[in-house]
Design a protein around this ligand. Structure first.
Ligand code: AMP
Length: 283
């Protein structure tokens, strides 16, 4: 496995692989790798011949006051995980490599960046879309892999790729969960023991939603109220949003029919946690 710290070196490695007719897969991450990331890497290894994992805590997607400084950066452990998983190249640039001067060009995806996490994290998705566009231009993958865990992000990136005619495919992999249902996240490290236990109520509320929709309740407001009740059992959980939206436009819906995204964001201690499920009432 090669570790490329510069744009020039990753380009050279990918060019050589392309020259041999290899299909290039990219898994963009911020590091602190866990089984969720590994599931994306495994899918990439299965689907592609040459897999690049990028590890970059992207400063432009953090707002002032968020956890950019304290975000975990265990590079040595991350490299071990990548090596074991069969990754060909880890691209781990510095912020100076990715943003050598003042950045004047941004990718601003409209509308679908506004609801859900866009509301409380202004500029977040502009940073995400911009860094993904940069990574796609640097690595030139045939396929890039994202997690359903960050549902809005995956939808935005898909849309950016379509709208800007970027020549790659986006594959979205299912959310990997702990045995008790909590979505695996690098930010779970911020939780103390009690908060970690309380965090299981996030997925419990999503399961509750699934159950009551299956039982025939389709009024989104009523369903959200039921989910609220589940989360409110834990006073440590501060609800940022519970939203039921169209799974493509991300517009709020009144009646749950067809394919919908049920998404949650909460604050638990110093951690901001998100989770979601897709419900298809036609199935
Ligand atoms: P991050 O390092 O948090 O930026 O995540 C990098 C990629 O891993 C994103 O596409 C995430 O959606 C994905 N990811 C993070 N956690 C999970 C998980 N629990 N299951 C599946 N994918 C995940």
């Amino acid at each position: 496995m090669e570790v490329a710290k510069t744009i020039e070196s990753v380009r050279r490695l990918v060019k050589a692989a392309h020259g041999k007719g290899k299909k290039i897969g990219l898994v963009p991450t911020m590091g602190a790798l866990h089984v969720g990331h590994v599931s994306l890497i495994e899918e990439a290894i299965k689907t592609c011949d040459f897999v690049v994992v990028s590890i970059f805590v992207n400063p432009t997607q953090f707002s002032p006051g968020e956890d950019f400084e304290k975000y975990p950066r265990p590079l040595k452990a991350d490299l071990e995980i990548c090596k074991k998983a069969g990754v060909h190249v880890v691209f781990a640039p510095t912020p100076e490599q990715m943003y050598p001067g003042e950045n004047l060009t941004w990718v601003d995806v409209e509308k679908i960046t506004e609801p859900l996490c866009g509301r409380s994290r202004p500029g977040h998705f502009r940073g995400v879309a911009t860094v993904c566009a940069k990574l796609f231009n640097i690595v030139t993958p045939d396929i890039a892999f994202f997690g359903q865990k960050d549902a809005q992000q995956a939808i935005i990136i898909r849309r950016m790729v379509a709208d800007l005619n970027m020549p790659l495919e986006i594959i979205v992999c299912p959310t990997v969960r702990e045995p008790d249902g909590l979505a695996v996240s690098s930010r779970n490290q911020y939780l103390n023991k009690q908060q970690r236990q309380d965090a299981t109520y996030i997925y419990k509320s999503l399961i509750k939603c699934q159950e009551i929709v299956k039982a025939g309740k389709i009024d989104a407001r009523e369903v959200i109220a039921e989910m609220q009740k589940v989360l409110q059992q834990k006073s440590s959980i501060e609800i940022e949003y519970i939203s039921i939206v169209d799974s493509e436009s991300l517009e709020a819906i009144d009646r749950i029919t067809g394919k919908v995204l049920v998404a949650i964001a909460v604050k638990l201690g110093s951690a901001r946690l998100i989770d979601n499920i897709l419900i298809d009432t036609r199935k």
